[in-house]
Ligand binder design. Structure first.
Ligand SMILES: Cc1cc2nc3c(=O)[nH]c(=O)nc-3n(C[C@H](O)[C@H](O)[C@H](O)COP(=O)(O)OP(=O)(O)OC[C@H]3O[C@@H](n4cnc5c(N)ncnc54)[C@H](O)[C@@H]3O)c2cc1C
Length: 287
């Protein structure tokens, strides 16, 4: 079991890992990619110590190289579920399951959203982001699950215990497995309904009538993790106390995910500060 597992390879996660490692704690870092600085490459001009603008991807790659140089263990995997039982965290990726005494969420802000007419209107009114939270309300109903990755399969495994009438919408992506459910590969063009979601329209003009849709696109972001494990979120930010701890003891959050200034300098600062808090937390726990 790891003392500390960090989700996120952006500036917040890397900074926390560096400070922890240098204070004698061995963290495990897991991330699916290098975060916003890789996804939206641009020259960074406002970070300390670079006379010329530094390319954002280079900056974050340098952070990874620094962590590797210090001997920090890094896994390039997408986390699909976080659960907690008896003060132990179970962090599931597409490939593995890890156990940890503490978890730091440094998973950034998910900028990619599902921008199709009706999506925002029916969020929470038929469109759900968490099978374990809402699956029960839709048991024995006609449901859709949207996605194609390991995250979708994980959510489907749960939903298929409650429902037989499931349609998988891959939204133009390819599935690498077969399932005993109707699979629709066309892109979703509209979510339909009046007060509640009642249907999904696809690019070939077909309309599928459904009672509820579960979104499991790509991999979970902060809000999906929060729903899975019951973290308090306000105005789209994970709520933490002064020690960066969420409402779940042992689960910390830093960087863009907790709001405030969405800047590299602030993410790096959070990483530095949480390292001290985690050290204290582990010391008290091991007493
Ligand atoms: C277009 C744009 C321009 C910007 N320009 C600047 C600038 O000039 N100066 C500046 O200071 N800041 C800038 N920022 C903000 C800066 O990018 C962020 O503040 C900073 O990257 C936040 O760091 P973070 O570590 O919290 O999150 P991120 O850098 O977003 O990293 C999040 C990490 O979490 C991982 N992750 C997420 N979900 C999962 C999952 N399910 N499983 C595994 N891993 C997961 C990601 O792969 C990534 O490794 C800009 C942002 C954008 C979008």
């Amino acid at each position: 079991m790891k003392d500390v597992l960090i989700v996120g390879l952006g500036p917040a996660g890397i900074s926390a890992a560096i400070y922890l490692k240098r204070s004698g704690v061995d963290p495990l870092l897991i991330g699916k990619d290098l975060g916003n600085l890789e996804l939206f490459p641009l020259p960074i001009e406002n970070y300390y110590g670079f006379p010329e603008p530094i390319h954002s991807k280079t900056l974050v790659q340098n952070g990874i190289a620094q962590a590797q140089h210090l001997g920090i263990e890094i896994k390039k995997e997408a986390v699909i579920e976080i659960a907690e039982k008896d003060s132990i965290f179970y962090v599931k990726t597409a490939q593995n399951e890890y156990l940890a005494k503490t978890v730091i969420l440094a998973s950034g802000k998910k900028l990619k959203s599902f921008s199709v007419p009706g999506f925002n209107k029916f969020k929470g009114k038929g469109i759900s982001f968490c099978a374990t939270c809402d699956g029960f309300f839709y048991r024995r109903k006609k449901i859709a699950i949207i996605g194609h990755s390991a995250y979708m399969k994980n959510e489907l495994a749960y939903l298929s215990q409650l429902n037989q009438d499931i349609t998988i919408f891959t939204n133009g992506e390819t599935l690498d497995e077969t399932f005993p459910f109707l699979i629709v590969k066309e892109k979703i063009t509209k979510f339909l309904g009046d007060q509640k979601l009642t249907g999904i329209k696809t690019s070939d003009g077909q309309i599928y009538s459904i009672d509820g849709a579960f979104v499991a696109v790509d991999s979970p972001g902060s809000l999906e993790f929060a729903q899975q494990i019951g973290i308090i979120v306000e105005k789209g930010n994970v709520v933490v106390d002064k020690k960066y701890q969420t409402n779940i003891p042992g689960l910390f959050a830093i960087g863009d995910i907790i709001g405030g200034k969405l800047q590299i300098a602030k993410a790096v600062y959070d990483g530095m500060m949480v390292a001290d808090d985690i050290k204290r937390y582990l010391k008290n726990k091991n007493k």
